[in-house]
Design a protein around this ligand. Sequence first.
Ligand code: AMP
Length: 350
Amino acid sequence: MMALAGYPLGVRCTFLDRSAEAPGAQVAPLLVGPLEDAALLAKLASDNDVVTFDWENISGAALAPLEKITSIRPPRAALEVSQDRLHEKALFKRLKIPVAGHAPVDTREQLVRAAATLGVPGVLKTRRMGYDGKGQCVVRGAQDIERAWDRLGAGGLIYEKFQTFTREVSIVGARSAAGDIVYYPLSANSHADGVLRHSVAPYTNPALLRSARIYLKRVMSALDYVGVLTIEFFVVKGRLIANEMAPRVHNSGHWTIEGCVTSQFENHLRAICDLPLGSTRTLGHAAMINFLGRMPDRKRLLQIDGLAFHDYGKEARPGRKLGHCTILKADIAARNRALRHALKLIKPAD
Ligand code: AMP
């Protein structure tokens, strides 16, 4: 999606991936090898004007030497802080962005203490390498502590107070090196088993949008950020509680390809290539649905008026994100009707 956004701008991408089957290979040259491979990274850096990433679990240490060759955007500090849930929460707290009560957990005793002081229910998570609900365990009572510790226990964990939210929302924005910022409207996101199923946008709530924009700007400014940044929030009692940030284009922003004048992918490229940022004005009411584990019937889905289909060309595996579709309608009621219809045609495989 990044390479496709680059073509009309004359921006050409080269990818590095562990697999020769990476979707990017369909549309751009691909280097294949470990993401920490010093020689491959050096080639990527010397052959290109700028290096970016769309996955945050790559090693910051491996990227560090590239800074001498070319610019890494977003900055490595943003990548590194987002790789550790505890550091991420510390940054949010420092910037006065509300977060769930939490405590680091490295031993079984610390877990018992955290559950006692913060209360149950709570969520035990790995601090690093967790995404899409992986590496998480809900603790509903004392009886769950052993199970959670057996599943995840090895240190490097965080216990978070469970948030009884009315909604999950995210904000995506882009910042240029000169400090210009553009914001997309809020997306309202529905997850199942920790994985994003679908998003609708714009989610119209002026007070929440105002707060989300302020928080996004604080994080971007603090990190001297360049590129697209996403923050995911829980809405609890009408207030935003930050869950996590992603220093990259985000699944909850895929709807912007059809739903906005400039997509998140294009604005990411514009930001990192020192081009002016594009308008984030919406073109209607959008819904994005992920294809998880199996591809749906393309013919039936394409009968829905205003639906755009995205097949990433990946091999099907249970739970894997294989593609998505976006529905764009002039009004909310029509969008919701089409969303309900599409959801009936898209069944995730377990
Ligand atoms: P994460 O990997 O932190 O984005 O978590 C994946 C999903 O798990 C979130 O989108 C929520 O639906 C749920 N979740 C994570 N943390 C909490 C929490 N502290 N309270 C309630 N639900 C949570």
